[in-house]
Design a binder for this molecule. Sequence first.
Ligand SMILES: Nc1ncnc2c1ncn2[C@@H]1O[C@H](COP(=O)(O)OP(=O)(O)O)[C@@H](O)[C@H]1O
Ligand SMILES: [Mg+2]
Length: 434
Amino acid sequence: MAQIRVAGKIIREISEQIPNGQLAMTKLIKNAYEANANSIKISINTVGSDIIIRDDGSGMNDNEIGSLLNLSHSDKIFGSKVNGRYVSGEKGLGFFSAFKFGRMISVDTSDPDDSSIKRSFKLDMAEIGKTSDVSNLDVPVEKSTNNKGKGTIIRITRLNVDAVKLFCKSLSQAGFSSRLTNIIDDTSFSINILVDGVHVADDYIENDKFKQARIATISLLGPDEVDTTGAVLVCVGHEKSKIQIPQNIGRILNTKHLKLWAEISVYRLQGLGIDYAPKIYLFDDHKLHPLVYINDSLFEGEGLYNVEVNASGKTNRVFRQQTGKISLYLDKPDILSFNADRTRIIDSTRLRELKALLDFISSEGQSEVRRLIDLQSKSHESSKRCMVMLLAWTVLIIMKRQMAVIFRRRVKVQLWVVKQSPEGEKMERRLNCC
Ligand SMILES: Nc1ncnc2c1ncn2[C@@H]1O[C@H](COP(=O)(O)OP(=O)(O)O)[C@@H](O)[C@H]1O
Ligand SMILES: [Mg+2]
């Protein structure tokens, strides 16, 4: 009988396969979120050469530590909800992404039932990498009492200097750091990231100047809000318009266990400069894009929603500066399939249907914005014309009255001339009465 054995090097492989530090950190953040934490604090200390990730979640008991160390095993089910939060783990590999940043991981975690009990263990890549079969590797777990505070603390040391440097460099970009601190769309969970004691930027708030540049909103009305397959609601000022989504495009909205929600703002910056926009929407292409969340988790991997969809047609139908949020909810694992690190959705008929619907929202939404703007400027023009006409009429009436007054006065003058005739006082008064 033969046996499948796994050498320790596999763990290094797993962490090396993770394309970047952002993705590695995202997995650790999601673990804290799924452990029902209210907050996570990530402190990167380049001087002290460590990274400390502290959450106030449930912590782990012996079984959960065992499950954590069981490679590629997970009790989580994608799309299910625990404590009202969507679960996105299930691959059983996320924790090992900590090795992306360093070769030594120390964990302190409180007991889920009694937070005064603490369990501590260490994973040393130098040791793990040497083993020909990881299942033979013992990981001692120390148990202590008098623990203060609940949750898990992961300390990464013997840092991979280059990976940490690159990660810190990306964190210095406001758009990148804002997206990482808002990677979970849930106000009951906060993410704080500090680099050498300094908080990284979290720019989500619109300033007044930018707000004034908003010209329209485009939103999706699902089949439960309208009687049809769904509609796109476009608002420009007080003008509102509802575009019905054709049956073949809107069909996906009737898919069981799938829900789509979209609320997009459209801007005309007109020299305002993109720098006034909240950085979270500013991407590498120097354009503003709405954020796409899948099960409350930011999805950056693929251009699901395309702001450029009208770019090849008439330029006056292109409103590419857009912010807002598109949220996709999948309540079951097999509605759409993802690659291993969930950065890409595997091609399928359903994915194509979803893209076609999002393209419809973007394309028809932008064209309708144009139509409503034109309509508004036309009605503005005609009301301007009405005003001018009204003014002209008023002037004409006033002039007519003035003319009449002047004319009457002239008659009087003529009568006065008659009155000045030498025929006497009485005659003069009578004529004045006439
Ligand atoms: N911060 C944490 N707090 C509590 N439990 C955690 C934490 N991180 C990991 N775990 C536990 O370790 C398990 C394995 O995590 P992970 O390797 O990311 O795989 P997955 O999340 O896919 O299950 C989780 O299912 C969870 O039980
Ligand atoms: Mg996980």
